[in-house]
Design a protein. Structure first.
Length: 285
């Protein structure tokens, strides 16, 4: 195990320690060029915690994560149930479609969605005009931060559903057919069967998958930045994009490091409660 541990320490632990050290230094463009690293104490953290823009990004990040995770889990679970009920050939076709969506590179998928919502030649403007809606002649879908994040949400949900759906289908194959038969004999409908039979048996799946989706969505840097670089006017930035823009565009390297450290701490605090639920579930089993 030593080579694996050494590799993890080199690739993850060392950069994390360097990042924490950087967050306590006052490094801007001039200091970076002069290779001067003055110690700033907690000044970066104090500045962030007193900045309303930082808290706006924090709230936006949580709302963005919540909306995405709910949609991913609900739609992914429904498609997983559909896979379980389809015949062999239809299940194969749908599974292949899901795998292709999941395997598509993020930057390529961002480009496709940018084309779909393009102001001049976008398919969505054509669809809205075809349906009879007015005001969609060269409509700018990226005009506001909310509309930009809505499109990013569609992209993130589309790319994440296959993971949940295929895992849901795999979990459903472990639920015995006699349980469904017993539920039908007791007069349970489809919704009651899901809550009384499927959900209790697959509760660990839902807990772990939701746990992973929260982490993945919370750090969805590539989709947000590649779609509109956090714009317009930084109105669609979430915490990872906020840290990147402060560091690479504004040249506030120490401040950007502090943002990333606070992002990790916030995520750890939030996920600690959820992780306790997972451990409690394991103890009950």
């Amino acid at each position: 195990m030593l080579p694996a541990v050494a590799g993890m320490a080199l690739l993850l632990l060392y950069p994390l320690i360097k990042n924490v050290i950087l967050s306590f230094q006052d490094i801007n463009k001039i200091e970076f060029i002069q290779r001067k690293y003055p110690f700033a104490g907690f000044a970066n953290y104090t500045q962030l915690l007193g900045d309303s823009a930082f808290w706006t990004v924090v709230v936006r990040s949580f709302l963005f994560t919540f909306a995405n995770v709910v949609l991913i889990m609900v739609i992914g679970s429904l498609i997983g149930i559909l896979l379980n009920r389809l015949g062999t050939w239809m299940r194969l076709v749908l599974s292949m479609a899901l795998v292709m969506a999941w395997a598509m590179p993020i930057v390529a998928s961002v480009q496709v969605f940018s084309w779909l919502f393009d102001e001049q030649f976008g398919v969505m403007n054509w669809v809205m005009r075809t349906l009879g809606f007015s005001g969609y002649e060269q409509h700018n879908w990226f005009e506001t931060g909310l509309s930009t994040l809505t499109i990013v949400t569609l992209l993130v949900v589309w790319g994440s559903i296959p993971f949940v759906a295929l895992n849901m289908y795999a979990g459903l194959t472990t639920v015995g057919a006699e349980l469904y038969e017993a539920a039908r004999m007791d007069g349970a409908n489809g919704w009651q069967t899901f809550w009384k039979v499927v959900f209790p048996n697959l509760k660990p799946f839902f807990l772990v998958t939701t746990f992973l989706e929260v982490i993945w969505v919370f750090k969805a840097f590539t989709q947000v930045y590649a779609m509109n670089k956090g714009g317009p006017d930084r109105a669609s930035e979430i915490l990872p994009v906020f840290a990147y823009v402060e560091g690479q565009s504004q040249f506030h390297y120490g401040l950007a490091a502090a943002i990333s450290v606070l992002t990790i701490l916030i995520l750890l605090v939030v996920m600690s409660f959820y992780f306790r639920l997972i451990l409690k579930q394991e103890e009950e089993q």
